[in-house]
Design a protein around this ligand. Sequence first.
Ligand code: NDP
Length: 294
Amino acid sequence: MTTDNIGGSVQVSVLGLGAMGSALSSALVKAGYETTVWNRSPGKADGLVAQGARAAGTAGEAVGAGGVVIACLLDHGSVREVLDPLAGELAGRVLINVTTTTPAESRELAAWAADAGIAYLDGGIMAVPPMIGHPGSSILYSGSADAFDQYKPLLDVWGTSTYFGEDAGLAPLYDLALLAGMYVMFAGFMHGAAMVAPAGVTARQFAAMAAPWLTAMTGAFEGFAAVIDGGDYTVEGQQSLVFSSLGDLLAASSDQGISTDVPAMVQRLIQHQIDAGHGEEGFARIIESIKQPG
Ligand code: NDP
């Protein structure tokens, strides 16, 4: 039986047993937490019950088990749908919502929770279900500092826990900003794979080249960040925007008969700064095209 840092056994109720809710619940059971689980559709709790969890027939019954409540549902709408009728039961308790939401939605949930007297902690999961409880899993939190401090040992069962502050919107903001980087990088990889495919190169062969290349290129982030934070894009040693022009890359893509959508997006950001008279300044300046669209 796991005990928390204020003494006594820790009761946890998890609402939502999709792929992620099941992984979170399983890790808690394995770590010795007294875990009550609930899912809208029946049948998903069976494997967890076999591991030692208790299944509740309704969300109200799960919340009624006492202790901290974890929501891992599909989206903001499903969280409100499940929790709205339970606000009275949750008053004076801690709610940790790891459902993916926008910053605005998280702030809206935090305001709803504050009105109901619920301590609210928002979580953004930077992992896929098989990673939960294993190295590399990271979860970002914001909202109630007291809730984060009290339940940190529980949160650490799932992965590295990082807290950003009382504004509940901060964790989802970081979460979605990191995903923005990931998706655009993935699109860049797909573009490269599509480029070499007509030459008979398989995606697997290309991946073997792209992974170490892109990993090495992340080393440039720190230098870009120093320039951006310093606000001076004329600092010596930077690759200029004119030099960074993607004309050859776009022409080669067209010659291969593929879409130019992905590099053309980057080229537009570069061209916007060149047109504004900043062609000799550093590549990091494209962030100004993003910060001030149009
Ligand atoms: P799933 O699609 O596997 O599960 C969704 C869960 O939400 C199910 O338990 C489903 O119940 C429940 N649900 C949906 N709508 C309602 C509703 N109106 N009322 C009650 N329950 C509802 O998703 P995941 O478990 O993968 O994801 C859960 C959350 O975790 C999402 O917000 C997701 O973005 C986030 N996340 C997931 C990651 C992943 O890799 N899977 C990674 C990072 C974050 P039912 O079984 O009845 O349909």
